[in-house]
Design a protein around this ligand. Structure first.
Ligand SMILES: *[C@@H]1O[C@H](CO)[C@@H](O)[C@H](O)[C@H]1NC(C)=O
Ligand SMILES: *[C@@H]1O[C@H](CO)[C@@H](O)[C@H](O)[C@H]1NC(C)=O
Ligand SMILES: *[C@@H]1O[C@H](CO)[C@@H](O)[C@H](O)[C@H]1NC(C)=O
Length: 167
């Protein structure tokens, strides 16, 4: 008969504890969406309410008057930002809604209210780790200001100057 040694019992307990930790981590990863914020052109502006259902809005969109596309199973935030900026017109606002819709507009409706970021809790259909709005809610991005766009080179210049002093 094989009697488990105390060492084996301990090892088994460790394995169970490890498996639990992995399961908890996986559960957290699936419930925690990150906000994509890696674009040089656009910065995250917030989670905004769609306006079509608001009384008196006349069914106008929060990001209306521009262009839009739906990419079932494929939509990601960078895909939408490219769509809103790579055509003839560079749109000031880009918004993702319902996991797969991309809306581009030069303005955001005044009646669209900013919501808590966690209200935009639908994973993008093309990247389930990042947020793509929700039902009647948009993850909105705005073109960075010209001032913001020169921060990259400006920071590099500072680093360069600091290195020059050090060397
Ligand atoms: C996104 O990045 C911009 C500038 O890099 C920063 O101001 C902003 O707070 C960031 N937003 C989030 C939600 O991380
Ligand atoms: C967001 O829009 C919905 C209609 O789609 C409306 O009922 C709700 O009051 C709005 N929320 C805010 C905070 O404006
Ligand atoms: C997220 O996507 C990955 C790869 O596309 C897939 O393996 C995983 O099952 C998805 N997770 C959820 C919670 O849908």
């Amino acid at each position: 008969m094989l009697v488990p040694s105390p060492g084996m019992a301990l090892a088994r307990r460790l394995i169970v504890a490890l498996a639990l930790l992995v399961a908890v981590a996986a559960a957290q990863a699936s419930s925690q969406l990150t906000i994509y914020n890696d674009s040089k052109k656009y910065g995250y502006y917030g989670c905004y309410n769609e306006t079509t259902e608001i009384p008196g809005s006349d069914h106008t969109r929060a990001l209306g008057g521009g262009i839009n596309e739906v990419k079932r199973g494929e939509m990601t935030v960078p895909m939408c930002l490219a769509f809103c900026s790579n055509g003839d017109t560079q749109y000031r606002y880009a918004g993702l809604e319902w996991a797969r819709e991309c809306w581009c507009s030069q303005s955001i409706a005044g009646i669209s209210k900013k919501l808590d970021d966690n209200q935009c809790n639908f994973p993008c259909e093309g990247d389930n780790t990042t947020a793509c709005g929700a039902s009647l809610k948009l993850s909105v991005y705005r073109l960075s200001s010209p001032a913001a766009r020169i921060t990259g080179p400006a920071v590099l210049a500072c680093v360069g100057a600091a290195l020059a002093v050090l060397l």
